[in-house]
Write a protein that binds this ligand. Structure first.
Ligand code: HEM
Length: 507
């Protein structure tokens, strides 16, 4: 074991890369670890570096750290190395910020992994008697719905079948961009347009019908749903770190948080009930065909409350994720016209004169895939994921982590680590296409890995590829001449800090 340590130290020194924090960590690890009876060495959490309780609280609250959590990861990696702990009251969280260590955690996650407590989301459901959906459920309850949905959401053939539906939504997006353009081609606040696009896209898959998000006038209840998602995410971190007794003293954040969830559940229930009424009318004469997911779930033995909560959570998961990734993709492509031109060439050569790509075309667009990978490396929608291993203590990086410890996987830090990705802050999609630049498979995992990974991944990727391809066929996308460079901020998810405006110039 010790010799492995020495080898790691040597390798890091010989590599000559700026592996300073990692080197310091390896040195500390090599110096202080005591050998156990079987020759392996294990340290306890007491030996793990990390900020003091006061320092951590100061960073979080006094320095507006909640919106800079992604940056705090980078700072902590430099200060403490790739594993550190943060304590808040009696709770200690372990942070892991190296691909090999993230792999170690995920390989020990067990059969039914738990992501994190998401305590305030669960508290809301308990308070209102709502059921859990895929994002919030655990154990057998999670497994049952995951297996049902995986058939329709993860099998490549099943997902390909959504391409016509999604292309209809993309056509409306293009029309909406044209409608929203100012005379010189500028569309302001593109993230807003892509929220509507994200919601219409996931609704079309769930309900196989349209809900009007991309109409010139957006229905009021849709506006309310999107506003509720935004506000709920803003309040999530706060309601999770606030002890429950504080809700009595400062009720506003918790009340607003609950009101947002009420609105979201009501929106989803309204749409599901309406679709089921339509289906019931049809079923006497004409069997409901199609493969829309809400109908499929409603036909299983699941209680209707479980159907409502799952559809609510799927709708929620499909909005900010798509909006953020679309916004950053076009933002980066507008600032890198050569990449944009190459990507357009790739799309046009695959389509051979056709105007609308299909799912099968995407397989022949390697640069398109590399662009989206690079965007998600720079701006991972979930900058820090988490796992709680409930079954047993595990060992990671030579430390013994007691069961039930919250382990935060610092994806933003690994994505921006220069020892992992050279020139980490630059948008270089071709890094994903050159074989000599292979990266650790856990260095950038924007959809997660394993049994609990993103169930919407294939649908999301298809939606993104179809939309980006069509936008580039129709428009030359340019930066706002008066625009500023936009940085990300954490709002539970990673989102643009400022409004992004772009020019969509007719081709
Ligand atoms: C760019 C788009 C997206 C990204 C980057 C993304 C990313 C993620 C990540 C990182 C997770 C956690 C995985 C883990 O813990 O290992 C996740 C979970 C999940 N995502 Fe996505 N997502 C995206 C789009 C979507 C869409 C469109 C949907 C809905 C169709 C969706 C539905 C879900 C659900 C339901 C889960 C929970 C899965 C479970 O716990 O079993 N996601 N996503």
């Amino acid at each position: 074991m010790i010799s492995v340590r020495r080898m790691l130290q040597q390798a890091l020194r010989v590599s000559g890369r700026s592996a300073f924090p990692l080197l310091k960590w390896a040195e500390k690890w090599a110096e202080g670890a005591a050998a156990g009876p079987d020759g392996t060495t294990v340290r306890s959490l007491d030996d793990m570096p990390g900020p003091s309780v006061l320092g951590f609280a100061w960073d979080l609250f006094a320095r507006r750290g909640l919106s800079k959590l992604h940056q705090l990861q980078v700072g902590a990696l430099q200060r403490y190395g790739p594993m550190w702990k943060a304590s808040f009251g009696p709770i200690t969280t372990v942070h892991v910020a190296h691909p090999a260590l993230i792999e170690q955690v995920l390989r020990q996650e067990g059969q039914r992994p738990m992501r994190s407590d998401l305590s305030s989301w669960k508290d809301y459901r308990k308070l209102r008697g709502q059921h859990y959906g895929l994002l919030t459920s655990e154990g057998e309850e999670w497994q049952e719905v995951r297996s049902l949905l995986a058939k329709h959401m993860l099998r490549p053939k099943a997902v390909e079948a959504y391409d016509q539906t999604l292309n209809g939504v993309v056509s409306d997006l293009i029309a909406k961009l044209r409608l929203r353009r100012h005379p010189e081609g500028l569309v302001t606040d593109i993230a807003r347009e892509f929220y509507y696009f994200g919601l219409e896209g996931i609704s079309s898959v769930l309900f196989e019908s349209r809900i009007g998000c991309l109409e010139p006038v957006v229905p009021k209840e849709t506006e309310l749903f999107i506003e509720s998602i935004n506000t709920m995410f803003v309040k999530t971190l706060l309601t999770m770190v606030m002890p429950k007794w504080l809700h009595w003293l400062f009720p506003k954040p918790w009340d607003i948080f609950c009101q947002c969830w009420d609105n979201m559940f009501e929106f989803a229930k309204g749409h599901i009930d309406q679709r089921l009424r339509e289906a019931a009318k049809k079923s006497n004469c004409e069997k409901v065909k199609g493969h829309y997911l809400a109908y499929f779930l409603a036909q299983t033995d699941l209680p209707m409350k479980t159907v409502y909560s799952n559809i609510t959570e799927l709708l929620l998961a499909g909005v900010d994720t798509i909006s953020g990734t679309m916004s950053w993709s076009l933002y980066e492509l507008s600032r890198h016209p050569a990449v944009q031109a190459s990507l357009r060439d790739e799309v046009l050569s695959v389509l051979e004169g056709r105007k609308v790509p299909q799912a099968a075309d995407v397989a022949r667009m390697p640069l398109m895939k590399a662009v989206v990978k690079e965007v998600l490396r720079l701006y991972p929608v979930i900058p820090a994921n988490a796992r709680v291993i409930t079954e047993r203590d595990i060992q990671v990086g030579g430390y013994l982590i007691p069961k039930n410890t919250l382990i935060t996987l610092c994806h933003f830090a690994t994505s921006r680590d220069p020892t992992v990705f050279p020139n980490p802050n630059e948008f270089l999609p071709r890094r994903w296409l050159t074989k000599d630049q292979s990266h650790h498979p856990y260095a950038s995992v924007p959809f997660g890995v394993g049994k609990r990974s993103c169930i919407g991944r294939r649908i999301a990727e298809l939606e993104l590829y179809l939309a980006i391809a069509r936008i580039l066929i129709e428009f030359d996308v340019r930066p706002d001449p008066k625009g500023v460079s936009v940085k990300p901020m954490t709002r539970t998810l990673l989102v643009p800090e400022n409004v992004i405006n772009l020019q969509f110039v007719e081709r």
